[in-house]
Design a protein around this ligand. Structure first.
Ligand code: GLC
Length: 512
C-alpha cells in the first residue's frame, strides 16, 4: 500500500522523503452531492465528473462517493451492492447505511444508501432536514471507506454538505489510526450556500462537546448559528475555490458573504484553481447533437448550426443580426437584475436576435414572457434547461451573454468559447479569469464590463455588436476564443500538488 505500512493495526508513518515524492500515487476520496450523469443541478456535477478522471489520468487512485438518491436509476447504471448494511453513528444512536457501486463508470463511483434520507425522496436538495441528510451522508462515507479497507491520503470535500469532514478529522477521528494520515482539501464552489442550521446539528453530528465556534469579527447573526461552510474553512488542511479571482474576492466584505474574516484568517491555505471543461464530450468537431460539426479551421458547419438554431427557436433569419444566447438560471446572481433594466432598450435599438434558455424566479419568467410577446421576431425564451439544447445554442449563437453579479468560476462561458460563441461577461470571479476583453491591439476572447450595472452591460453589448459588423476582426476573436485550452489537465496538476501540500501540512505542519 502506498504511503505507509500496517503493523498490528497501526499505520507506520511514511518517511518525510516519501511525503515529498511528488510521484507517489495518492488515494483520493472525492465526496460530492452531485455527479453527472447520475444526479445534477449545476456546475458541481460536471466538475465532479471531470476532475477525478483527470486526476486518475495523472496516476492517482480516485474514488467518488455520493448519496443514492431516489432519482438514480439502478438498472440504467447497473448498481451493484458492495457493502451490506453497516453502522453509522448518528445523533447519539446508530443508523445503518448500505454501499453500492455503479458499473457503468471507468472510475469507482459509490453510492451511500439510506431509504429515509435519500431513496424515498424525489429531489436532491431543499428538504427541511438537509442538515441531517448530508451529515449522515458524510459520516457514512467515512465509515464506508474504512470497511472497503482503502485508506485515503486525502479527502476532497465539496461545498457545505460535506464540510463537517474536516471538523471530524480534528475531533472524532483525530486519534483514529485509519485516518491519522488523511488530509482534507475543502472545495468551495459557491460561498452563497453555506448550510446554516441551529445548534442541534452539532449533537446529530456527534461534536456538541467540541463546542460552538464564534469569531470576533463575524456578524452576531452568523455567530449564533452553526455554519457548515465556516467549519469546512476553519478545519481543512487546504481550501480551494474555483478561480484565482474569486479566491481574492471572497476575502472582502463585498464578496465574502459574512465569512471573509474567517477566510482572511486562513488566507495562507486558500487557493484558487480554475475549473476546466470536458473537452472530449464538448467538442464541436464531434458533437452528435449538432446540425453539423465544425472546428476552428473549418467553420462552414457552424453556419448550418446557426440556421438550425433559428429554426428550432422559431425565429426568422434576419441575416445580419447577431444571435445572442443565454443559458443561466433566471436569478439575480446570474445578472437578471441588471438585465431587466436594459433588455427592452436593447431589443428596440440593437439589430439583434435573442435565444434565452433557463428557469428560475417567477418575476423573470413574467418579464421575459412579456418581452417575447412584444418582440416575437427578436426574442425566443425557452423556459427549460437541457444540456443538449445548450450545445446547440453555443454552436448556433454569435454572442453568449453571462452578466453574473458574482461567479466563482462559471463553465458555460468556457463551453461557449469552445463552440465559437463570443462571451460578453461581467468581469468577476472566473469570468474575469477566462474572458479576455477585446481592446485593440489586444484581440482578446470576448467582451467584459467592470461595473455591475445595466448601463455598463448595455455598453459592452453595443461594443460587441459594433465589432460583429467587422467580419475579419470578429473572425480573429473567434479564433482566439476557440483556440484557448480549457481542458482539465493543467488544473488537475494543480490539485494534485495541493493534496500533497495538504498532507504535508497535516503530518509535519509545514507546506512541504
Ligand atoms: C458553482 C458556481 C460556478 C462554478 C460551479 C462549479 O455552481 O456558481 O461558478 O462554475 O460551481 O465549480
Amino acid at each position: 500500500m502506498p504511503g505507509g505500512l500496517w503493523v498490528a493495526g497501526f499505520l507506520l508513518l511514511p518517511s518525510r522523503s516519501e511525503i515529498l515524492m511528488d510521484n507517489t500515487p495518492f488515494n483520493i476520496l472525492y465526496l460530492t452531492t452531485e455527479l453527472s450523469p447520475y444526479a445534477r443541478t449545476g456546475g458541481l456535477a460536471q466538475v465532479a465528473a471531470a476532475l477525478p478522471r483527470a486526476l486518475a489520468a495523472l496516476g492517482d487512485d480516485v474514488r467518488i462517493i455520493l448519496p443514492r438518491y431516489g432519482l438514480i436509476d439502478p438498472e440504467q447504471h447497473r448498481l451493484r451492492r458492495v457493502l451490506e448494511s453497516f453502522p453509522v453513528p448518528f445523533d447519539h444512536e446508530t443508523e445503518t447505511a448500505g454501499l453500492w457501486q455503479a458499473q457503468d463508470s471507468p472510475l469507482p463511483v459509490y453510492f451511500v444508501e439510506h431509504h429515509r434520507f435519500f431513496g424515498s425522496r424525489k429531489g436532491i436538495y431543499s428538504f427541511p432536514d438537509d442538515g441531517e441528510r448530508f451529515i449522515f451522508f458524510s459520516r457514512a462515507a467515512l465509515e464506508a471507506v474504512r470497511r472497503l479497507d482503502w485508506q485515503p491520503h486525502a479527502i476532497h470535500c465539496n461545498e457545505w454538505q460535506t464540510a463537517l469532514v474536516p471538523n471530524w478529522m480534528r475531533t472524532l477521528y483525530a486519534s483514529d489510526p485509519f485516518f491519522a494520515q488523511t488530509a482534507v482539501l475543502y472545495n468551495i464552489h459557491n460561498l452563497s450556500y453555506q448550510g446554516i442550521f441551529g445548534q442541534r446539528v452539532l449533537e446529530i453530528a456527534g461534536i456538541a462537546e467540541h463546542g460552538f465556534i464564534a469569531h470576533p469579527e463575524v456578524s452576531p447573526s452568523l455567530n449564533q448559528v452553526v455554519d457548515m461552510m465556516a467549519r469546512g474553512i476553519i478545519f481543512a488542511d487546504i481550501i480551494v475555490t474555483v478561480s484565482p479571482t474569486y479566491a481574492r474576492e471572497i476575502l472582502t466584505p463585498e464578496y465574502g458573504e459574512g465569512l471573509d474574516p474567517i477566510l482572511r484568517d486562513r488566507q495562507d491555505r486558500l487557493f484558487g484553481i480554475l475549473n476546466g471543461i470536458d473537452t472530449e464530450s464538448f467538442d464541436p468537431a464531434r458533437d452528435p447533437h449538432l446540425a453539423a460539426t465544425y472546428d476552428r479551421h473549418n467553420l462552414q458547419g457552424r453556419d448550418r448550426c446557426r440556421l438550425a438554431l433559428l429554426q428550432e427557436a422559431g425565429l426568422p433569419d434576419l441575416g445580419d443580426a447577431p444571435i445572442i444566447c443565454m443559458t443561466s438560471r433566471l436569478s439575480d446572481q446570474k445578472g437578471y437584475d441588471i438585465l431587466e433594466t436594459v433588455l427592452e432598450p436593447m431589443l428596440r435599438h440593437l439589430e439583434t436576435q435573442w435565444v434565452i434558455m433557463g428557469t428560475g424566479e417567477d418575476r423573470y419568467h413574467n418579464f421575459l414572457e412579456n418581452l417575447q410577446a412584444r418582440f416575437p421576431q427578436k426574442l425566443r425564451v425557452l423556459f427549460t434547461y437541457s444540456e443538449t439544447l445548450a450545445r446547440r445554442l453555443f454552436a448556433g449563437a454569435d454572442i453568449f451573454l453571462m452578466p453574473s453579479r458574482h461567479e466563482p468560476c462559471g463553465l458555460d462561458q468556457l463551453l461557449a468559447m469552445r463552440y465559437g460563441a463570443i462571451p460578453v461577461v461581467h468581469a468577476t470571479g472566473g469570468l474575469a479569469d477566462t474572458v479576455q476583453d477585446h481592446r485593440p491591439p489586444v484581440t482578446g476572447t470576448g467582451f467584459s464590463f467592470q461595473d455591475y450595472d445595466g448601463m455598463a452591460l448595455f455598453a459592452a453589448m453595443v461594443r460587441a455588436c459594433e465589432v460583429y459588423r467587422h467580419p475579419t476582426v470578429w473572425a480573429d476573436i473567434r479564433q482566439e476564443a476557440m483556440g484557448r485550452d480549457h481542458s482539465w489537465a493543467s488544473s488537475a496538476r494543480e490539485y494534485r500538488k495541493l493534496y500533497r501540500r495538504a498532507r504535508s501540512l497535516k503530518l509535519t505542519g509545514r507546506p512541504q
